[in-house]
Design a protein. Sequence first.
Length: 377
Amino acid sequence: MDNKNILQTIFSDHFEYIQYVLRPSKNVMENIKRMIHCQDPSYGHAVYGCPHCGKLKSVPFSCKSRFCPSCGNMYNQKRAFRMSCKLISCNHRHCVFTIPEELRIFFLKDHSLLNCLFHAVRDVVLRMFSKLNKTENFTPGFICVLHSFGRDLKWNPHIHALISEGGAGNITSWRPNKHFDFRFLRFAFRKVLLEKLAHKLGSSFLKLKNQIYKDHPDGFYIRAKPNLCSPDITIKYISRYLGRPVIAASRIDSYNGDSVTFHYTRHEDHKTVTECLPVIDFIKRLIIHIPDKHFKMVRYYGIYAKHHKQEKNLRQCLSPQKQRYLSSLLDWRNSIILTFGYDPLKCPKCGTSMLVLEVYYKKTALFERFRKVMGYG
């Protein structure tokens, strides 16, 4: 396969080592295989023809794996669009819920525990708004996104939550709320998460649970400072930050067969750090972030999760007309036009729009099969 991207090259070169020595789960291997063969015509392609001059063009299929840098980018664009369609026209607060280092190993060994992380954030945020007025039971809209990685690619699960600065009540259609109780969030998140983990892990976790209370007397760190996320800024913010992949190919500086050099911007001082890892260590850091099959990395809560009786009184950031228009821009053809500035279905010879003639999947002409079934050939 020609024109491999750098991640495809790295994983192709060490595929047998990954498969027979590292021996990751079936789901991880499937994602790696799909990423390696992304854009490989032998794994599927469509043949387009020009109705005017007869010019033919073959377009290979993408793998659609979230682990693939190019397909992951398209997946994140569509995910960001779906998020934007949910947003109410109000300011939102970007909060980050983190966990202490000594807890990370439990989530690495058992990915199902990541559900506890989501549920703890959900319970704490809903409780904070409900406390404003128990009769009204104000409910915010919030979206939670799991990032399992730090900028250095190490395992560091944390939740990014985009929370509306206001909530809908049982009687009042909307009440603004710019005050987020930091103290409550930190202590409540610590308590709820530890209780959920203790319920899942049993008595073996109790000693560590008590020790964590002693070691973290101020609760778990939560970043919830006002960040002036007006509706238009919030939509751009979602696209740029919340949907980012584990590593973009542009962050990989070099690969020589034995080691990989990449860079990242350090949170503490915003300095660029360059790190060189043996290639197998680099691969190990990446594959631990491949999510389990059907695991939802993005979850909607509050008024973004279900129909609230005040929903009809709330204005969305994107009108239905704008949603339809933006949705049309996310199909394969328009995405390439917007991203790369050329029309992939424009005949390179005469400029006429090309039509699909055949679709092949693993060397089988699907359209020929369909024609026989339908009686056309």
